[in-house]
Ligand binder design. Structure first.
Ligand code: UDP
Ligand code: MG
Length: 321
């Protein structure tokens, strides 16, 4: 029996008093099942992170820790948002665990996929992504916005795993590597693929919320998407530079056109010089703003102080050890 594999399931909870009783029950079952089949150690636990809930979520979590040996709770001092709450949970859990799995409190993600993730880990993967094989349980609106989100994200150069939310397994060292990404604008789905290591995907069907309402209204979702793009790419700045250059080219073309009209004698006096200078100057200004932006973008990237590499293995000849 391998006692080393302590699994921590990390569950961010914001006003989840309705869903909590369901999720604590099924996650505990999942743990017990895997402990019984000796895949993970008996020290495995579920860590519920209360993200400054205004309802009775924390009281429920605290009560649970008194009666359930597998339950732990972490109360944040205020609402810091899903991503930050998740990071708090992962870093705290990682102190006592070899494997972490993050999952939402609403059980939309299939808890049975956790065992498949652990299997992939036991086969050598450091990061295992839970990927939705179908979204039919989501509303048409949610589906369309989510698909659009992935498309825009990848067009903007922020790599993320398609149809993967924050349901994933990470090994101890992967979480350690994650903690080196010191940025404040946290977008885990974009950062985790940067960590590297051996990754695997587990497919599952996404279902409806077990209870309660979505904590991601449209406004939060748009902010999330905007954060995702602006924290991962300076492409919008490059687009502005490109636009400026295109406008300059267009105005040069217009200049040539109006010179031709002038010499062929069918030009309106004063019109061409006016319009062309407006466009040309507009183009120059846009390109210049874009250029300044490129430098700002560089400063931005530097200020994140992301690690430049993560080491996976270091092979040496025996005698040199
Ligand atoms: N959540 C959180 N802090 C917040 C908003 C949400 O910790 O400020 C948690 C929430 O309790 C849930 C998860 O993040 O466990 C995902 O939220 P939700 O299910 O409402 O999002 P959706 O599935 O609708 O995108
Ligand atoms: Mg949900």
């Amino acid at each position: 029996m391998d006692l080393k594999n302590t699994l921590a399931i990390v569950v961010p909870c914001y006003n989840e008093e309705e869903a909590f009783p369901f999720s604590v029950k099924s996650l505990t079952e999942v743990l017990k099942g895997m402990i019984a089949s000796k895949k993970i150690s008996e020290k495995s636990f579920v860590l519920f992170v209360d993200d400054g809930s205004k309802d009775k979520t924390w009281q429920l979590i605290e009560e649970e820790t008194k009666v359930n040996p597998f339950a732990r709770g972490l109360k944040l001092s205020g609402n810091v948002g899903h991503q930050n709450a998740l990071l708090a949970g992962l870093l705290t859990a990682n102190e006592d665990s070899d494997i972490t799995v993050s999952i939402d409190a609403d059980l939309q993600d299939d808890v049975n996929a956790i065992e498949k993730m652990v299997d992939a880990y036991l086969n050598g993967a450091d990061i295992v992504y839970g990927v939705r094989s179908d979204r039919s349980s989501d509303s048409v609106f949610k589906r369309a916005t989510a698909q659009g989100f992935y498309k825009v994200m990848s067009a903007m150069g922020a790599k993320s795993v398609y149809n993967h939310a924050d349901f994933r397994l990470m090994s101890h060292r992967a979480v350690e590597a994650l903690s080196e990404y010191k940025e404040r604008n946290l977008f885990l789905r974009g950062i985790v693929p940067l960590i590297g290591f051996k990754t695997e995907k587990v497919y599952y069907e996404r279902s409806k919320r077990v209870a309660g309402e979505s904590k991601y209204p449209l406004k939060k979702m748009l902010k999330f998407a905007f954060d995702g793009i602006t924290s991962f790419s300076i492409k919008p700045i490059s687009l502005i530079t490109a636009l400026g250059i295109i406008i300059i080219i267009c105005s040069v073309a217009a200049l040539i056109y109006s010179l031709i009209s002038y010499f062929t004698g069918n030009a309106e006096p004063g019109w061409a010089s006016l319009i062309i200078s407006i466009w040309f100057l507009g183009g120059v200004q846009l390109a210049a703003i874009g250029l300044v932006g490129q430098y700002v973008g560089k400063i931005y990237v530097e200020s994140k102080e992301r690690p430049r590499f993560n080491i996976e293995k270091y092979a040496k000849h025996k005698e040199e050890e």
